[in-house]
Design a protein around this ligand. Structure first.
Ligand code: VGL
Ligand code: ZN
Length: 201
């Protein structure tokens, strides 16, 4: 029996982050079979879903003169702008069709407030507004997390660092993640995760 205190957190394995999607991560779909297999070894499986309203403030389309990957100063700090992606209820926001979702105990949606983005599964990008995941894990007695999914340098990275700072023992399975990797973001993410005490496996 896998230990009850150890959860698998599957970050944003959604169509828009896979080849052909609006914010496609190279080879994003290649990790799906390995993630499905890893679910068997965990007592708790939690999926996250990037879930933006149309016209979300993180979309470059909402900022005249800006294009995807430009940086703006949002009220809560610097914010990268993205193509429109993971719009609530769209095919792009759906999980990759091969991802096993039946095993999920919880699906946590994030980024649903128009004025604020949320990379992390724990806190929105103001680093203050909670998603509720910490309370859920605490009440289930879960203190150990394995993270997989998309994208290594954004949502996986922010989730892993927040989890480590909250006191969880955190491992990121890099072989079951894929990165956006622009402007050195993957190297910076790896350094930041290591510094926070995340194990990179
Ligand atoms: C993500 C950019 C924007 C991610 C989500 O899942 O890494 N990246 N929204
Ligand atoms: Zn997003």
């Amino acid at each position: 029996m896998p230990p009850a205190n150890h959860a698998l957190l599957v970050i944003d394995v959604q169509n828009d982050f896979c080849p052909g999607g609006a914010l496609a991560v190279e080879d994003g779909d290649a990790i799906v079979p390995g993630i499905n297999a890893l679910m068997q070894d965990h007592a708790a499986v939690i999926l996250t879903q990037d879930w933006h309203p149309a016209g979300h403030s993180s979309f470059a389309s909402q900022h005249p003169g800006k294009k995807p990957l430009d940086l703006i100063e949002a009220p809560y700090g610097p914010q990268v702008l993205w193509p429109d992606h993971c719009v609530q209820g769209s095919d792009g926001a759906a999980f990759h069709p091969d991802l096993v979702t039946d095993r999920a105990d919880l699906i946590i949606r994030k980024g649903f407030r128009k004025a604020i983005d949320s990379y992390s599964a724990f806190f929105e990008n103001d680093h203050a507004t909670p998603t509720g995941l910490h309370g859920y894990l605490q009440t289930r007695g879960i203190d150990t997390l394995t993270l997989v999914g998309l994208a290594t340098d954004f949502c996986v990275n922010y989730s892993a660092v927040d989890a480590a700072n909250l006191g969880y023992s955190v491992t990121v399975r890099q072989d079951l993640c894929r990165a956006i990797d622009f402007d050195g973001s993957l190297v910076a993410a790896r350094d930041g995760m290591r510094e926070a005490g995340v194990s990179l496996a």
